[in-house]
Design a protein around this ligand. Structure first.
Ligand code: AMP
Length: 471
């Protein structure tokens, strides 16, 4: 069955016929079942039709080409429709957007419109890219409903935002800074909020939005429903979750498997920058590299590398935080349409960016934080498709590499290209650490970070009914 053409990226994300993981001809596309544990397999036999979702939502989902819910969807949707708070650890690319958006749309489908500037649902995202993608997904899943939604982003003009917020609005998606701005100006009223969603909450904390998040949650009623999605759950996140959630259902999809098995991971040791560039030239010339995101450490490196790749005849562009929103959106559009083949990005693109058919992620520079490695490589292998993640390591990268491997719990396969072998090994992390760190410092640090924190929740006063009467 070929899904209708009208849907945009939700259709393209599924595994394509002919792909190594594609289902047999004639069967509908589905998420790679190797993801699933026994328990999850049982849940995954659940169909969207078994869920208490309205017909217009089921129709939109089916037109997206989704045949069965992913594990995070199978677990989250019924609980969220029941009105429960959720604390969900789900890897990037697991279908978490639909996991929170479908229950929210279900709620919005059964109730009347909210008052002016006072949304009933707020989705908080760390980045503008993610906000834009959540908005796209909302349009796809809610296309047969009359849901009024808007997106409130920093770096965008105020005019359309004031206009949208001066009308009755059901759902707002936004980044923390601009939302606070509207709260302070009085153009946004959260006093009637029914559902608050924190998407990639760990990223929000990493980006220093903790106070903003608390300000926003403080402006919302305490009997709201809160759905918190995070890729990692360290102590800081656990403590935020304890404060924001009321007796949540704990859903842990990420904890079982930090990196996707269907993403092949390789590492090339390089002598220096010039060597990295020669390795890159070799890799991007390969036919199997259809579309790639190349991660660089700095904005300036991203610009420079994109320029050099263009000069070599590749269709490449840079994406980083110094570009205005219009230019960023345009670049992502061009990557999606295939007009550009190589995107050279800083970590601004590491999360949230959902471009189907990214065959390769190349870490030209290794990320500082081990978690970012997982988020970066999650840009390929979306929705069960397979992908390749290639990393370069040079000079002092041994420490970062060790940190990443400890975090993902395995060694990344070392490979060499004929004629481009390194002339020296990576410098040992031990030698570089000198006396500054106690032996085993990293292991200790990461052991404590990977341990599941004990979370105790205080009961707040009873929640409003899951489906209150129309206002
Ligand atoms: P997300 O984790 O929400 O960014 O979703 C990752 C990708 O999976 C998106 O491209 C979705 O369109 C796709 N997706 C979400 N749910 C399903 C599903 N049940 N079946 C197939 N693809 C899905």
């Amino acid at each position: 069955m070929t899904p209708p053409k009208s849907q945009s990226r939700c259709v393209e994300a599924v595994v394509r016929p002919g792909h190594p993981f594609a289902p047999a001809a004639g069967t509908p596309p589905e998420i790679d079942r190797r993801f699933l544990s026994k328990h999850e397999k049982k849940e995954s036999s659940m169909q969207f039709n078994d869920m208490p979702l309205a017909a217009p939502i089921l129709r939109a989902v089916s037109e997206c080409g989704y045949t069965a819910p992913t594990p995070v969807q199978a677990r989250s949707i019924p609980e969220a429709i029941d009105g429960r708070d959720l604390l969900a650890s789900a890897q990037t690319g697991t279908g978490k957007t639909a996991a929170f958006m479908l229950p929210v749309l279900q709620r919005l489908s059964t109730l009347r419109k909210g008052p002016k500037g006072a949304p009933r649902v707020l989705v908080l995202t760390p980045t503008r890219e993610l906000a834009a993608q959540v908005t796209d997904a909302t349009r796809n899943y809610g296309k047969y409903l009359r849901v009024r939604s808007t997106v409130i982003l920093g770096g965008s003009p105020y005019g359309p935002q004031f206009r949208d917020l001066s009308r009755p609005i059901d759902l707002v998606v936004g980044t923390p800074g601009r939302l606070i701005d509207h709260l302070e100006r009085g153009s946004l009223d959260l006093s009637r909020l029914e559902v608050l969603i924190l998407d990639e909450a760990d990223r929000m904390l990493d980006m220093g939005f903790k106070e903003d998040v608390e300000k926003i949650t403080g402006a919302a009623p305490s009997d709201r429903q809160t759905l918190l999605f995070t890729a990692t759950l360290d102590r800081t996140m656990a403590s935020l979750a304890r404060r924001l959630l009321n007796d949540p259902v704990r859903i842990d999809i990420a904890g079982k498997q930090i990196t996707h098995d269907h993403i092949g991971q390789r590492l090339y040791v390089a002598d220096d920058l010039g060597h990295k560039k020669r390795l890159l030239q070799h890799l991007v010339a390969a036919q199997e590299l259809k579309r790639a995101i190349i991660f660089s450490a700095t904005k300036r490196d991203a610009d420079r590398l994109a320029r050099e790749l263009n000069a070599e005849g590749h269709r490449a562009a840079a994406l980083h935080g110094d570009m205005n929103q219009g230019a960023r959106n345009r670049t992502v559009r061009h990557l999606r349409s295939g007009r550009i083949r190589l995107l050279v990005a800083t970590d601004v693109a590491a999360r949230g960016l959902d471009v189907p058919a990214i065959s390769h992620v190349i870490n030209f520079d290794l990320p500082m934080a081990a978690e970012d490695y997982v988020h970066r490589i999650g840009r390929t292998g979306r929705a069960g498709a397979s992908g390749s993640a290639i990393s370069f390591a040079a000079g002092d990268d041994a420490i970062r590499l060790e940190r990443i491997e400890r975090y993902i719990g395995r060694q990344i396969d070392r490979e060499q290209i004929d004629g481009l072998e390194p002339t020296r090994p990576l410098r040992s992390p031990r030698r570089n650490q000198g006396n500054r760190k106690k032996p085993g410092g990293y292991s200790r640090k990461f052991a404590s970070r990977r341990k599941e924190p004990v979370i105790e929740y205080r009961k707040r006063k009873p929640k409003r009914a899951a489906a209150p009467k129309a206002r």
